[in-house]
Design a protein around this ligand. Structure first.
Ligand SMILES: C[S@@+](CC[C@H](N)C(=O)[O-])C[C@H]1O[C@@H](n2cnc3c(N)ncnc32)[C@H](O)[C@@H]1O
Length: 240
């Protein structure tokens, strides 16, 4: 992410924490940003993700721990940078997590909040959103916290309510253009299909099953593209 590199190239960053790290997609971005010179810890409550993350990142400067954002097992003022990427909408308690993130940041350190966002989407990005919202719907039926996508304004409001000063914000496109490769379209169709299969035997299945052929049609017509990510670099607001 060029803008992150430009922002941080004038600062020395040694200790970094990534919350809701999953299989480590954002850890890769952080490690590139800090040119492999920072020590990075990724935390996530899902042990299945961490197993994947540990395989993806065998480097000595990167490690992973099983932990929820709401209760971070680190001392106050430990990290130069604390990030959360695409996980805000998974949190049961956003305020507690952001206040934990603030607690473990060194004075003068930075928060990075990167979140997939709603807003003006092209048809290929709407396909990603349809899949994402369907996944969040199925997760909620299973009792798992998973909101639909926030708008950039909602993300900024959450940040401001939690007394984080926005230093810089920008939009990041993980996929610059809609993708039409058969393998990607098949994979997205299969993901939607298996989510629908999870609903079999429930009344929601009948209500949702017509979405699958429509989704296939839309994928073929418009392709698939990740929705834009809203990225904010912030600092803890002064208390006075
Ligand atoms: C969509 S993934 C994002 C993964 C990665 N950060 C990325 O950008 O690709 C959301 C992650 O949030 C994690 N998560 C869910 N609840 C959480 C919580 N309370 N605290 C921290 N992470 C949580 C999930 O386990 C999942 O790995």
């Amino acid at each position: 992410m060029k803008r992150l590199q430009q922002f941080f190239n004038k600062h020395t960053i040694k200790q970094v924490l990534d919350i809701g790290t999953g299989s480590g997609d954002f850890v890769k971005i952080l490690n590139d940003t800090f040119q492999g010179e920072a020590s990075i810890i990724g935390v996530d409550p899902g042990e299945q993700w961490l197993k994947e993350a540990r395989n993806n990142f065998p480097q000595n400067n990167i490690r992973f721990q099983c932990m929820s954002g709401e209760k971070l097992a680190f001392d106050d003022h430990t990290f130069d940078v604390v990030s959360i990427a695409n996980a805000l909408h998974h949190l049961q308690d956003t305020t507690t997590t952001l206040s934990e993130m603030k607690r473990v940041i060194k004075p003068g350190g930075w928060l990075i909040i990167c979140e997939i966002s709603d807003g003006e989407l092209n048809e290929a990005q709407k396909n990603q959103q349809l899949l994402h919202h369907f996944k969040s719907f199925v997760d909620r039926l299973h009792g798992i916290t998973h909101r639909e996508t926030y708008t950039p304004d909602e993300i900024d409001a959450i940040i401001a309510q939690n007394r984080i000063d926005i230093q810089e914000s920008f939009t990041h496109l993980k996929m610059k253009q809609p993708k039409f490769e058969e393998q990607i379209l098949d994979e997205k169709y299969e993901q939607m299909k298996s989510l629908l299969e999870e609903l079999q035997g429930r009344p929601e299945y009948e209500a949702k099953k017509d979405q699958l052929p429509l989704f296939k049609e839309r994928l073929q017509k418009y392709g698939f593209q990740m929705a834009p990510q809203h990225v904010v670099i912030g600092q803890v607001e002064n208390e006075d």
